[in-house]
Design a binder for this molecule. Sequence first.
Ligand SMILES: C[S@@+](CC[C@H](N)C(=O)[O-])C[C@H]1O[C@@H](n2cnc3c(N)ncnc32)[C@H](O)[C@@H]1O
Length: 210
Amino acid sequence: MQQACKFWDRMAKRYAKRAITDEDAYQKKLQYTRQYLEPHMDVLEFGCGTGSTTIIHAPYVKHMRAIDFSSKMIEIAQSKIDQTTDNSVDNITFEQSSIDDFSAPDQSLDVVLGLSILHLLENKEAVLSKIHNMLKPGGVFVSSTACLADTMKFLKLIVPIGKFFGFMPLVRFFTTAQLEASLVNAGFVIDFQWQPGKGKSVFIVAKKIS
Ligand SMILES: C[S@@+](CC[C@H](N)C(=O)[O-])C[C@H]1O[C@@H](n2cnc3c(N)ncnc32)[C@H](O)[C@@H]1O
């Protein structure tokens, strides 16, 4: 965990400057997410990175709590709010925390966002179960995930070398079908699913029924 955290600390400045690779897909995912947001809602985003998506969604909900285990990512995210001169962003809390150590009361959240993060977790199944517990019945988990075992199996050979030399993070390989099964095993029902194209990250909205 510590090694992964150091990797993302090192990446933070570069990550903040990078251009979004597929702007159209990003905008569509924002719109699809927005359909699930309402002004009374409490939302958690984990692995929020430099907070750009958090800040975009914040005006549509009551409160956004956004966590990331990289202190450097959180510093950049917080600085984006601090730089606003009109105090217009007053409903976001950025916190340094891994999702593994994070806790919130059961059935306390309306929406959880996990974007470009599920394939980076040591224990995805434990995290999905935790998210399910934290959501209210009818709440949704919105995710966008690189399912690398669908099309990029070759990376499985490269990642351990990259990890050893510190230029790649921890990465888990699973297919879209395996991700769907993990969500269902955690108690979710898939409410919406979209993939911008072959090999692209899979956007899934999974609902907690009870
Ligand atoms: C690929 S970036 C995605 C950032 C952001 N969600 C986005 O879509 O741009 C992955 C982020 O997850 C964070 N991260 C990785 N594992 C984590 C964990 N176990 N708990 C919390 N944050 C984690 C990293 O520090 C990094 O900021």
